[in-house]
Design a protein. Structure first.
Length: 229
């Protein structure tokens, strides 16, 4: 690794998607600045996974930014609202956190401009979880345009690129990509409502989609679940 390599700010939640997105940034030759957000989420355990992943991928720096979104509420991840356990349903789920990816990308943009990075990576995925409006390609394109309007760098002709390398992958594709990249998927955390003993509940949407991805990919799932549906 040399300092001639470009820097990228990568959003690392601790989940499998963000892990694979960060590894793809590294594979593409970027030096990594890893950003995680402690938004007082129900599944705080994901931040420990984010630290493991940032270390494993050799991030030059990892910031865990405190931002208590439970003060706003409005989501099963930040308020006293039950996490659904009855299967993935159509529409925008109650686990949607209002404007979360907009907030996260804004933080990443601020760090990128300050650090001289012009590339941001986010592990959003539209195919397997299209219920989230801030995972859509239109959102990524819109934020990229906003980034150039809102920053000194953008105004002075140094545009930002928002990379969403998993945008059109299925969960099975993402599971396969984790293997190709030589990642230990067991380091990541997906569950929205951790079960006693520090294991994935196996019933929330995120658990179901994770397990389905490994199953459809024909790969062993390294995740410990309290229940497997």
């Amino acid at each position: 690794m040399t300092n001639a390599q470009p820097l990228a700010v990568v959003l690392v939640s601790g989940g499998l998607d963000s892990m694979v997105a960060a590894a793809l940034a590294k594979e593409a030759g970027y030096r990594l600045l890893a950003l995680s957000v402690d938004y007082n989420q129900r599944h705080q355990v994901e931040l420990a996974a984010a630290r493991r992943i940032a270390h494993e991928l050799g991030a030059e720096r990892h910031i865990v930014m405190p931002m208590d979104l439970s003060a706003f509420g409005g989501s099963a991840l930040t308020a006293d609202i039950d996490v659904p356990k009855d299967g993935v349903q159509p529409g925008i789920p109650v686990t949607y956190v209002p404007a979360r990816n907009t907030i996260f990308l804004s933080l990443a943009l601020g760090w990128a401009e300050a650090a001289g990075a012009r590339d941001l990576f986010i592990g959003v995925n539209a195919l397997d979880y299209s219920g989230y409006p801030d995972c859509r390609p239109e959102f990524i394109a819109g934020f990229e345009h906003l980034a150039d309007l809102a920053t000194k760098a953008g105004v002075e002709g140094e545009p930002f690129k928002i990379h969403a390398p998993l945008q059109h992958m299925t969960k099975a594709d993402i599971a396969k990509e984790s293997v190709r990249l030589g990642l230990d998927a067991g380091l990541s955390w997906s569950c929205y409502d951790p079960a006693p003993g520090g294991v994935h509940c196996g019933l929330c949407d995120s658990c179901r989609l994770r397990h389905k991805g490994f199953e459809e990919a024909g790969l062993p799932d390294p995740t410990r679940y309290a229940v497997i549906v």
